[in-house]
Ligand binder design. Structure first.
Ligand code: SAM
Length: 214
């Protein structure tokens, strides 16, 4: 497979190493209907759309949910530091995005523009996944990447709603940040509790991706 995860000169939650690992899993499963909870600046979304476009010749959908700047009502939410301020280690990016174009990369408009090429395939929702998911028809989703709120309650709820909608079908869930981020411990607890309650099997990759195959 010669597809390589690109950063597109934006900010990304996944390093190229982990982006490529995710693409590798997607390549094994070849899903048609993808859900990402936690879109951030859309870099992983764009890579996923580019890849699904190649393997399915345009016949795929991508659904993304993010707060896109909305405050989470969950006080237990621990935001990774790079999200709180649009800071760049590259000073050119600071000049380009913050001073020249004043573009917030984690906004619905910015991500819509960035994914414009896939207008016909994508649906983006702004809001808290705890509210958005219950009003969304996700019956056809056959691959979910859960990387939104990292509190116990949000992780548990995201996983539960997604898994319940996938029951009885061939589908895959990948959760990010299972136990690798030292400042986030709730994700692992929530996943372990849910997996135990449903008697599911879980495999992990280097303590970062937690994978549930249905
Ligand atoms: C770690 S980043 C996602 C990174 C992205 N998946 C990537 O690979 O670049 C987490 C994102 O989840 C969003 N988020 C946090 N809590 C959320 C919630 N309760 N509902 C929806 N989105 C949420 C944040 O706004 C942030 O953009």
């Amino acid at each position: 497979m010669d597809f390589k995860f690109k950063k597109y000169w934006r900010k990304t939650g996944l390093s190229p190493k982990w982006g490529n690992k995710l693409i590798e899993i997607i390549n094994q499963k070849k899903p048609n209907h993808f859900l990402e909870i936690g879109v951030f600046c859309g870099v992983t979304s764009r890579n996923i759309c580019e890849f699904l476009n190649v393997i399915h010749n345009g016949n795929f959908t991508y659904t993304g949910i993010d707060l896109f700047g909305e405050e989470s009502s969950d006080n237990n939410e621990k935001k990774p530091k790079y999200i709180t301020h649009q800071k760049f280690s590259n000073p050119l990016k600071h000049i380009y995005y913050n001073l020249l174009f004043k573009e917030n990369l984690n906004s619905l408009n910015s991500v819509k523009k960035f994914l414009k090429k896939f207008d016909n395939q994508i649906s983006l929702y702004k809001g808290n996944s705890n509210n958005v998911l219950k009003n969304l028809n996700i019956e056809n989703i056959d691959f979910a990447f859960i990387d939104g709120g990292h509190s116990y309650q949000t992780t548990f709820n995201d996983l539960k709603v997604v898994h319940q909608s996938m029951k009885g079908k061939k589908a895959t869930i990948v959760c990010d940040d299972y136990e690798d981020a030292s400042y986030i411990t709730d994700v692992k607890k929530a996943i372990d509790d849910y997996v135990k309650s449903e008697n599911l099997s879980l495999r992990t990759i280097e303590g970062k991706f937690a994978i549930i195959e249905i």
